[in-house]
Design a protein around this ligand. Sequence first.
Ligand SMILES: [Zn+2]
Length: 460
Amino acid sequence: MAEVKVGLEVHGYLNARRKLFCLCKIEKDAEPNTNICPVCTAQPGSKPMLPSKEALDRIIAIGLMLDCRINSRLLFQRKHYSWPDLPAGYQRTISGSYSFPVGVEGSFLGIGITDVHLEEDPARWEPETGFVDYNRSGYPLVEIVTKPDFTSSEQVREWVKRLVTTLSYIKAVDPEMGIKCDVNISIPPAFLRVEVKNVNSIKSIAAAIDHEAARQERIVKQGKAVGHETRAWNEQLQETIFMRRKEQAMDYMYIPEPDLPVIDVSEDYRKSIAKTLPERPHEKKERYVKKLGIDATDADVLSSDILLAELFEKVAEKIEPVLAARWLRQELLRVLHYNKKELFELELEARHIIALLRLVESRKISEETARRLLEKLAEKPFEVEEYVKKEGLAIITGSADLEKICSEVIAANEKAVQDYLKGEEKALNFIVGQVMAKTKGRADARKLRELIQARIKQAA
Ligand SMILES: [Zn+2]
């Protein structure tokens, strides 16, 4: 694809229990118009309460995670427009010409962050029926505005994915309600911005960029100029649709909100939030690779979920990190996937995995046994060492027992032995599998393989 410049406005619902300016609850499945009060339905004479502390905590945390400078004074604005979803006729926001956004001049994974701000959500309006549900009116929203630093849809897709992971580390945004993006796209020579509104998934963001860039290229090739306009992404048609010319853009008549004071964010308050913030996913990944010698793919997966990352870090304090990484990324995730469970649903603790992997590390149990034990641990944790002793699961190493089982299996599988001698590797796997089954998985698979190979060669 030809040259393209992309900037994003990412909107998300803050993870909060109460609305921004009143005490109404946030409940996703509530009956329409049940979590409402005079403030969030803008009854005459009603005044907003001070913005909720949990929303401020979260928005400052987001700003800090994105390396923003946090303004010490926050000034809410009224953004006016006249739609049925906005009972007051204005939306309260810390954006617009006169405001001081919460965070400014940030950067995340090489992309500049212009600002991070906080605003209230309008109600949910159904234009077809005229129905309005005010439950959503007053939900706290975050808006993250980037500089037009992206140069491909693939880069945007990867960045948004990492942004979502990073916000999930601090549980800042409601994961079920997802994020929405407005995407600014421009191409040479004029780089005139076209804004595409309401793109609702990471997949759609990439599709919208590719479609819009191609549309603009066709216009430039025809020797015409791209219009300065706002378009909408149509999910069904998979194309951008004209909404309005920029010169017709709405004048929102921003004015400072007279019913709210300037909110002070003290140095102490900011520091108290900074103290609670975790290392970010990309920093964890880098540390895992550089300091612990973990494979980049393993490090990427382990750092994609903070619970998994924290579990790994605890286990890797006691167990060789590469072994720990392999077991968590491959075996634990396999068990979770098979049981259709999330990590937080398991009672399993780091000490159980440490106990299990100590036995693997010291070759007291076979990997096959360890896999089966991990499956059981995921169902309900138990003391691993005791269980191994009680059930007699310790590895069989070079004992007379193992030799005997090998001889029996080799004798009983004449055809497989012949096939192997003719060069069929699969036949050897079959014989190893048979012995493994007889030992109930208690043999060391690699040693067993060597042992069988030697015996067959002897016999031949
Ligand atoms: Zn309310």
